[in-house]
Design a protein around this ligand. Structure first.
Ligand code: API
Length: 263
């Protein structure tokens, strides 16, 4: 069979996108999805996203996300942004989108420069202790505030936390964060569960970092800028004590190429 795919990237977090409204790809085909994401034997990507017909009234489409290991996973913020750009390219939406992912409903908008603003879930359960934080923004995130983020071996240090007994078999994503001179700007490097390596950006990760930075008084800003190896993202929110609502993740989402692959 020849499978048509589109390759997108959001600040360097890259995805194979498939229009699966005719159910050509089975969600149980872990082996196929892992191969499609393989950077030597396949297309190569941090994850794969199926665009499917919506189940929920008022939705434009449904999102199904898989990590590069081929397993379906929790929410992907950068992937959600790329999916909105993909839906626009397919003519399913114009500038506004409503879709449902594994963590629930999402709204989004896309401008003429392919900047996508994606609403993330509300957050109210935040663990904070010293330079460590943990919260779930649609995916689980362990956060380490440090002062030498660019010198770290993120793959080694991230894996040690992700496979530690604290996180047992479910694992977590791991973000290393350094505050810049600017009151509202942080540098973030992320080890991603299911990729089992550092990625150039992580959308649910920078969302978690922005909220944890505000919650621990490392910033007073309610729009936080995150510098990641793959570019820049911003996260805005309304905070009321431990409750973070109206949470939005904004940044570019670009088509890199389209193609067909024998499978
Ligand atoms: N690897 C993550 C899912 C993708 C998260 C990331 N790509 C994002 O942009 O949020 C996990 O298994 O929790």
């Amino acid at each position: 069979m020849r499978l048509q795919f589109f390759k997108y990237q959001g600040t360097g977090n890259d995805f194979v996108m498939i229009d699966n409204r005719n159910n050509i790809v089975s969600k149980n085909d872990t082996k196929l999805i892992n191969r499609l994401c393989d950077r030597k034997f396949g297309i190569g990507a941090d994850g794969l996203i199926l665009l499917e017909h919506p189940d929920a009234e008022g939705d434009d489409f449904k999102m199904v996300y898989f990590n590069a290991d081929g397993n379906e996973s929790t929410m992907c913020g950068n992937g959600g942004r790329c999916l909105v750009a993909f839906a626009k390219m397919l003519g399913i939406i114009e500038t506004e989108a409503n879709f449902t992912a594994i963590d629930g409903p999402h709204k989004a908008s896309i401008d003429k420069n392919d900047i996508v603003n994606l609403q993330m879930q509300n957050v109210s359960d935040i663990y904070q202790s010293g330079n460590i934080a943990f919260l779930d923004t649609g995916s689980p995130h362990h956060i380490v505030f440090t002062d030498n983020v660019n010198e770290l071996d993120v793959k080694e240090e991230g894996a040690a936390i992700r496979y530690s007994t604290d996180y047992k078999e479910k694992g977590t994503n791991v973000n290393f964060v350094e505050k810049t001179e600017a009151e509202d700007t942080f540098i973030v490097r992320t080890y991603e569960r299911g990729v089992e390596d550092e990625t150039l950006a992580c959308g649910t990760g920078v969302t978690a970092v922005a909220i944890a930075a505000h919650h621990s008084n490392r910033t007073k800003a309610s729009e936080v800028k995150l510098q990641v190896p793959g570019g820049s993202l911003s996260v805005s929110f309304k905070a009321d004590g431990n409750n973070y609502q109206d949470v939005w993740l904004k940044g570019p989402a670009k088509l890199v190429f389209k193609g067909e692959i024998a499978c």
